[in-house]
Design a protein around this ligand. Structure first.
Ligand code: C5P
Length: 227
């Protein structure tokens, strides 16, 4: 299991200061929409300058027509990040196009399909997809695997079933982790570190429980120890 720290603070300076505190740790760092829109490719360079071994997960959750997704992925590949996300609901054609375009790229990033956002509960998910959340997440995972993706973003509640039914080597990345039972905020399908272990999650994403803590370094050390 790998720890991915979400860099969701309000400025590049604050995110980089957080990473300075964590620079000697074996970490993945998640750059989301907010940071990337505001701070762009330069921010990725600044992360690497703090520790070149930090692996960058660029979480842009692409959703568009296949050609636009393919064009975008070619641009993203130039940023030399280690993992990216696209929406499974963008469809098979779009997912295949993305993987096809990456064939020409040396050391391509891992591509993960977002299934159901962890801020959805059953009711909110049904309003949009008109089907059960767990069933649909599993379907998304199967389709993403068929399209050649490396794994999915899901909650811990779905990770174990995906491992059993889609394949142990198909990666799961689980956000909404409240390692030691911290406040869930807007997240609905939260899980603890123990849940993530049981669910055989490959990557856990932790944001607020780290960057809002009095002592973020101590929280990260505790998570790494218990992982
Ligand atoms: O602060 P918190 O630990 O809830 O942050 C979770 C991070 O994971 C956020 O950056 C959020 O955008 C991201 N994420 C998520 N649910 C998904 C995919 C990504 O919460 N399904």
């Amino acid at each position: 299991m790998k720890l991915c720290v979400a860099l969701d603070l309000p400025s590049a300076g604050e995110n980089l200061a957080l990473l300075e505190l964590l620079k000697d740790k074996d970490l993945w760092v998640k750059v989301g929409l907010r940071s990337f829109i505001r701070d762009g490719a330069l921010f990725l360079e600044q992360i690497k300058a703090i520790n070149p071994l930090f692996r960058i997960f660029l979480d842009l959750k692409l959703y568009d027509i296949p050609n636009t997704m393919g064009d975008s992925i070619e641009e993203i590949a130039k940023l030399k990040v280690s993992m990216i996300t696209i929406h499974a609901s963008s469809g098979q054609e779009a997912m295949r196009e993305v993987m096809q375009r990456l064939k020409a790229v040396p050391n391509p990033p891992l591509v993960m399909a977002v299934t159901a956002l962890t801020s959805f509960d059953e009711k909110g998910f049904f309003e949009i997809y008109h089907t059960g959340l767990e069933t649909q997440v599993l379907e998304f995972a199967k389709t993403a695997k068929e399209c050649g993706l490396n794994g999915v973003v899901c909650s811990c509640a779905e990770s174990q079933t995906i491992k059993e039914q889609v394949g142990a080597d198909f990666l799961t990345l689980t956000p909404a982790i409240r390692p030691f039972g911290e406040n869930s905020g807007d997240q609905k399908r939260v899980a603890t570190l123990e849940d993530a272990k049981t669910a055989r999650s490959d990557f856990i994403v932790v944001g607020r429980p780290i960057y809002k803590a009095q002592n973020p370094k101590a929280v990260v050390e505790q998570i790494l120890k218990e992982m």
